[in-house]
Ligand binder design. Sequence first.
Ligand code: LLP
Length: 419
Amino acid sequence: MDHFTYRDGQLHAEDVPMAAIAEAVGTPVYIYSRATLERHAQVFKSALAGLPRTHVAFAIKANPNLAVLKVLARQGFGADVVSGGEIARALAAGMRAEDIVFSGVGKTRAELQYALDVGIGQFNLELEEEGAVLAQLAAACGKTASAVLRVNPDVDAGTHAKISTGKSENKFGVPISDAMGIFARLSGLPGLNLRGVALHIGSQLFDLAPLEAAYARVGALVAELRAAGHVIDRVDLGGGLGVPYERDKVPPSPADYGAMVERVTQGWDVTLMFEPGRVIVGNAGVLLTRVIWVKPGVLRPYVIVDAAMNDLARPAMYDAYHDFEAVNPSGTRVVANIAGPVCETGDTFAMGREIDAVQSGDLAIFRTAGAYGATMASTYNSRALVPEVMVDGDKFAVVAERVLPETLIAAEHVPDWLK
Ligand code: LLP
């Protein structure tokens, strides 16, 4: 459920007409609803209410905007981060260092040191050598790093290949069969408290079965590790729950997910960590755009909008579907293609889609754009970096400014020898 609804035939974000935001901020612009964010956070938390000990670390990569993080921090969420920059954001948003989980397959030594310095709560190790280096760095500054080992359970998550992470050929985690040996070698090291395991098999999952199979494998590993004398008090179950980009395709609910987790983790006696991203923010954001032209095409018209693949990369990268709706629909529907102004055929949001009939100058939105939207934006074609707005009831604020080409040009330098 979200708070982007029509009132008197006009699309609103909570109580604010979309047109008012377009007027004040211009387009394209991402718009987030605070009430929707809070609702999603609460639905997720209540889905886990039956579990004994839990910690939710929002996967910041899905939406790192400080205002978004602030809303989630107030809901008690920590952060799952994958870079020094994301650690800085989580802290800037007021999240506590001990509530931060540091994932990522290529953490640099400088990033590990920074994470130790600020005292983050958990390192998710991706390879044995990383554990040894972390132990050394921690011991050298008189600290003990709290860590878990990410295992690759070799399960097909059944999602798009580019966002699948739990097959043995993927770059993430260590083969589950290597975990015992790695624990044996790392667990005695001064500076390291290796206390559990982590996994994440992919994103936009529509089926709980692969998750359940992966969790069951991890449960068996935990029993084996304990039998070998290791103290295991944490298991990080990752993220991955899908969202309904297409309204008639409904993913498992957080409640279904929570019930599955309860069943499969019965008796584990650990703190369960969760790293949801998309399911929290996906439907809490839309991308507002203005139609530039309706260009006659050979087969169908092209609706050329002022948002492009640099603002919302998902359709170009993953053939992703995002609903397109007019802000003031006339009731007439047409079949059209939707594309942006970037000079690539890949800058196409939809082909042959039935949509609200729109004209040059009309406003429209792409829905379900709160996750992996603004954060994946670029300035390709020397376009501005897209701004972000948050709505709260009848008020709204710019929470990320439009970065203009002039600003980007000012950060570039022509060396003297070219002048
Ligand atoms: N934890 C780890 C270790 C991850 O790698 C990810 C996402 C998450 C949690 C959060 O997953 P979520 O709950 O959001 O599915 N840009 C792509 C998605 C990439 C996901 C990468 N990892 C897209 O736009 O679909």
